[in-house]
Design a binder for this molecule. Sequence first.
Ligand SMILES: Cc1ncc(COP(=O)(O)O)c(C=O)c1O
Length: 318
Amino acid sequence: MPSLLTLPRFQVAPVQRRHALVDLVGNTPLLRLARLTAHLPTSVQVYAKAEWFNPSGSVKDRPALNIIRAAEAAGQLTPDKILLDSTSGNMGIAYATLATTLGYRVELVIPENASPERLGILRALGVMFTLSSPLEGSDGALRVARQLAAAEPGKYFYANQYNNPANWQAHYHSTGPEIYAQTDEQVTHFVAGLGTSGTFTGTSRVLKAFNPAIRAIAFQPDSPFHGLEGLKHLETALVPEIYDPTLADEQLVIGTEEAYAMTRRLAREEGLFVGISAGAAAVAALRVAETLTAGTVVTVFPDAGYKYVSERFWKETR
Ligand SMILES: Cc1ncc(COP(=O)(O)O)c(C=O)c1O
């Protein structure tokens, strides 16, 4: 009797069969925000890079891997050294994931008030960490990391994501060219939030090199006390050394509540369960798109929503 289940014919597109984890960094999908932009003319389109498709779940895999590779090439990172940096979460998770798979140890300085989800993930990954003052945020963690590195230079490779050109160069060589190719060279506006500023700096620089007419729009939180995890209020924070203030054609400020509301809308209207800085990026990208009669606006959604599930804003209905 013929089986109801016949073997599928192998008609799938050729797939790469074996991967190292590091080979999966980058080449993330570019998603169109069709429903949130339904009120705009069809000549105006908004897209987001879905960065949670990276192996450790965020955009920070790109700079983490590039920092590791550049340090290996320069002989600064060897198996006897510990990779040290300060981070409030995603970069630590990226270092832990990629350094571990490459055989390096990682030590992080993290503000004590980092979310339980983040600390739990880092513990799961077996990372050593020092907690810094919750009152001093990411700047306090940075100062402690500097002190540790200065006290024992032979023990550590101090990655210093705020001052390491390999951070922005990761985006110059990957995020930017991907956006240019994925939009068939049609991107007209690039919008990104500022944390270390690596994403904005590297991507804007290469897009402007491809086409100087492309506008680069940076955004940051509207106050020092904000809930936009991963982003900095530059007026009151230690400004990252890699930040280039001449690059932005426009600067926007985004409020925490509007970012929370948009993060909920992205989940409930687009099916995109993303983090709060992605909600802020969507607010900024829409604000730009609403001023245009034609254009292709691209932004970056740095991570997914899982690390923020305990946030109170999810309980609100709208
Ligand atoms: C969730 C999130 N959003 C945005 C950013 C900002 O990216 P960048 O450091 O490239 O400015 C980060 C950086 O850590 C982040 O973790």
